[in-house]
Design a protein around this ligand. Structure first.
Ligand code: HEC
Ligand code: HEC
Length: 372
C-alpha cells in the first residue's frame, strides 16, 4: 500500500524525467521488496555493497556517524536502531534519502533534486542500510489510530516539545511535523516509535511511562500536523563560472574577527557583503540545498568533494574564503580543514550557520533564480 503510494507520488511528478529503464528498475525493486512484509534482503552484488558503503562514508557519515550510530553532527538519527530499521519500509527509507526532509539538515540526495546520487544508488543505499542493520522487519498495520487531539497536544507540550520542538519543528530530535516525514509515517509507525523508543538514543520507550490511551492521543496529535507533500523535481540552475567566484573583485579585503581562530559571526559577513568587500563564499551543503537557496554569489563546494577538487579555481592570494552550512559547523569545518591543509590561511566558517542567516533576514537567493 505504501509502496503504491510512493510510486503514485513519484510517477505523478517525476515520471517524465526518468528513462523507462530506471522506472522499471524502480518498480521491480519496490515490488520485490514489498517493504515491510516478509522479504527483507534483496541481495546486492558484492560490488554494489562496497559502493554503498563508500557512498555512505562519503555522503552520510559526517552526520549519521561512521557506524550509522547517529548524532555525529546535527542530531542526525541513528540508522541502525532496531525500532527504526525494522519498521521503516524500503520506500520510506529511499524517499528520505532521495528527497530529504525539507528545512532540516537532511538534504535531498537524488540527482533530479540537485543532489549527487542516482535513483539506483539511493535504493542500493537503502537496501544496504537495512542489510547492515540486520533486523527482521516488523509488520505494522495501516489502521488509523484514534485519540483525543486536545489531550495529545497538552501531553506533547509537556513531554515531547523540549527535544522535538514546540511546533514539532525538531531541535535535538527529528521534526515530527515535517511534511516529508508525515507523508510516509503511518499512525502505526508513529505509535510504535513512541511506545518502543529508539534503542541507544535519547528517545525512550514511552510504553513504560504513558498509558495506551495517552500514546493514542499523542499519535493523533502528531498525525494532525500533516500538511501534504509531494516531491517536486527541481529546475536546476547552472553553477557559477570560475571567473565569478570572487565577489566584489575590486573591493577591499574585509577585516574579520574570528572566534577560536575559525568562526566568524554572520553579522560581520553580512556587513562585509553589504559594503562590497572582496571575498569568496562557499556553500558546503549537499548541492540540492544550494539549488533550494543560498547566500547570493556562494559557490557550491559540498562537504563530499575530494581533496583534489576542493581548491579548484579558488584564489591563492589574500582573498578571504568563507564557508557555511546548516549544520551549523560540521560540513563547513570539514571543507575549511581541507583548505587550510592546502595552505589557504584566510579562511573562516560562518558561526551561526545558514538557518540563522535566513532567520536574521540576511540576503538569500534561490538556485533557479540566479541565472549566470
Ligand atoms: C530527550 C529527548 C526526547 C524526548 C523528550 C522525546 N523524544 Fe522522540 N526522539 C528523540 C530522538 C533523539 C529521536 C531520534 C532517535 C534516533 O532514531 O536516533 C526521536 C524519535 C522520535 C520518533 C521517530 C521519528 C522518526 O523519524 O522515525 C517519534 C515518532 C518520536 N520521537 C515521538 C516522541 C514523542 C511523542 C515524545 C513525547 C512523548 C518524544 N518523542 C519525546 C528524542 C526525544
Ligand atoms: C548534514 C547532516 C546530514 C547528512 C550529511 C545526512 N543526514 Fe540524514 N538526517 C540528518 C538529520 C538532521 C535528520 C533528521 C531530520 C529531521 O527529520 O528533523 C536526518 C534524517 C535521516 C533519515 C530519517 C531517520 C529517522 O529516524 O527518521 C534517514 C533515513 C537519513 N537521514 C539517511 C541519510 C543518508 C543515507 C545520508 C547520506 C546519503 C544522510 N542521511 C546524510 C542529517 C544528515
Amino acid at each position: 500500500m505504501l509502496s503504491f503510494l510512493y510510486f503514485a507520488l513519484m510517477s505523478r511528478s517525476l515520471h517524465m524525467k526518468y528513462t523507462i529503464k530506471s522506472l522499471l528498475l524502480f518498480l521491480l525493486l519496490i515490488s520485490a521488496a514489498q517493504s515491510h512484509c516478509q522479504v527483507r534482503r534483496i541481495p546486492l552484488t558484492k560490488i554494489e555493497m562496497e559502493q554503498s558503503e563508500q557512498q555512505y562514508q562519503k555522503f552520510c557519515a559526517l552526520c549519521h556517524g561512521g557506524e550509522r550510530e547517529g548524532n555525529a553532527a546535527d542530531f542526525a538519527p541513528s540508522l541502525k536502531s532496531r525500532s527504526y530499521m525494522a519498521t521503516t519500509p524500503l520506500n520510506f527509507l529511499a524517499s528520505t534519502i532521495g528527497f530529504g526532509r525539507p528545512n532540516t539538515a537532511m538534504a535531498a540526495y537524488l540527482i533530479d533534486m540537485g543532489g549527487p546520487m542516482t535513483m539506483k544508488e539511493i535504493f542500493n543505499m537503502a537496501l544496504w542500510l537495512q542489510y547492515q542493520a540486520g533486523h527482521e522487519p516488523i509488520s505494522l498495520g495501516t489502521e488509523p489510530v484514534a485519540g483525543d487531539l486536545k489531550k495529545g497536544a497538552l501531553l506533547y507540550e509537556s513531554k515531547c516539545a523540549e527535544c522535538h520542538g514546540k511546533m514539532a519543528e525538531g531541535i535535538t530530535a527529528p521534526a515530527l511535523a515535517n511534511p516529508a516525514f508525515l507523508a510516509f509515517a503511518t499512525d502505526a509507525y508513529i505509535k510504535y516509535a513512541i511506545e518502543n523508543g529508539r534503542e541507544d538514543t535519547e528517545m525512550i520507550a514511552y510504553k513504560n511511562e504513558l498509558s495506551a490511551e495517552e500514546i493514542n492521543d499523542l499519535t493523533s496529535y502528531i498525525r494532525s500536523l500533516t500538511s501534504g507533500w509531494s516531491p517536486e523535481p527541481k529546475a536546476l540552475a547552472s553553477y557559477p563560472e570560475a571567473a565569478d567566484y570572487v565577489l566584489n573583485k575590486d573591493g577591499e579585503n574585509p577585516e574579520f574577527e574570528l572566534k577560536e581562530n575559525r568562526y566568524v559571526p554572520m553579522e560581520q559577513v553580512a556587513q562585509a557583503l553589504n559594503s562590497k568587500k572582496k571575498m569568496v563564499i562557499l556553500d558546503t551543503r549537499t548541492t540540492s540545498e544550494w539549488h533550494n537557496a543560498h547566500i547570493p554569489g556562494a559557490i557550491p563546494v559540498p562537504y563530499y568533494v575530494s581533496e583534489k577538487e576542493v581548491a579548484k579555481d579558488l584564489p591563492r592570494d589574500e582573498t578571504w574564503i568563507i564557508a557555511y552550512c546548516s549544520c551549523p559547523h560540521a560540513a563547513s569545518d570539514k571543507i575549511i580543514n581541507m583548505l587550510r591543509k592546502q595552505g589557504f590561511k584566510k579562511t573562516a566558517v560562518i558561526d551561526e550557520g545558514f538557518f540563522n542567516w535566513i532567520n536574521a533576514g540576511y540576503p538569500v537567493i534561490g538556485g533557479e533564480t540566479e541565472k549566470k
